[in-house]
Design a protein around this ligand. Sequence first.
Ligand code: UTP
Length: 289
Amino acid sequence: MKAVIPAAGLGTRFLPVTKAQPKEMLPVYDKPTIQYVVEEAVASGINDILIVTGKGKRSIEDHFDKSFELEYFLKRNGKNEFLREVEAISELADIYYVRQKEQKGLGDAIYCAKKHVDGEDAFAVLLGDTITTSKVPCIRQLIDIYKEYGASAIAVEEVPREKVERYGVIKPKPLKKNLYIAEDLVEKPPVEEAPSNLAIIGRYVLESEIFDHIRDTPPGVGGEIQLTDAMRSLNRLYGYLFKGKTYDIGNKVDWLKTSIEFALKDENIRGELMDYIKRLLKEEWNDNK
Ligand code: UTP
């Protein structure tokens, strides 16, 4: 199965950081966000990845490209560990690029992949600004659902009721443990109109008929062509309560939390970082006394 990673958005929630650099390249501890996303696809058995980019996103291509100068330098200076790491990035997968000319929304970004996935029954979509962690990679879990049930599948997670208006939300009909038929979907519903608190997290396996539905979808919330609206026209759609954790890097506070959480996983700096956080908290506590 091929994967599509939309990464062409303007990242307005993260301005001014994203004025001249892609939010998908923001580091989460020691790797850019989009590298985690590509690694999830690769760990799921996907080797053909199309990244949808746009103006100002060249650093994404550079990151996954071979860097002869850097590799030569590292080799000459005996920095073999870094050399292996840098080489591995450009060998992760076959990565292709297409540019979304205007930022008309996620649905439109996916439509840019039509030619690349032509002839495939289905393809995977992983948002370039969302990281997931789990034993079995999230997109692998969805591919398995698609293979078993033969229809499009999206990952959902329970979010606090008051936060549903930030997400696309499904109207779930329970099928079995953790699996629902999505009878309907709404993008960013007001709390009182939300059909559930099961939010779409940014991982999808979509049948190729989605392209016809996107083409027929008028602009929705925010004047954007919404993938959620196009998915309403799919014959059948499964919502899968994904086993794992989701990190949305597209807003400042969640990016910060994720960076700290990922950094704390590194034994080499964990102790020092913990001491620092404790000291900060103590200072804060004393200042507020
Ligand atoms: P978001 O809605 O989170 O991204 O889309 P955004 O529009 O860049 O963010 P804000 O709201 O302005 O802060 C989720 C993913 O879809 C991509 C984004 O790059 C992100 O990875 N996207 C979004 C596109 O590729 N094209 C679009 O037109 C919109």
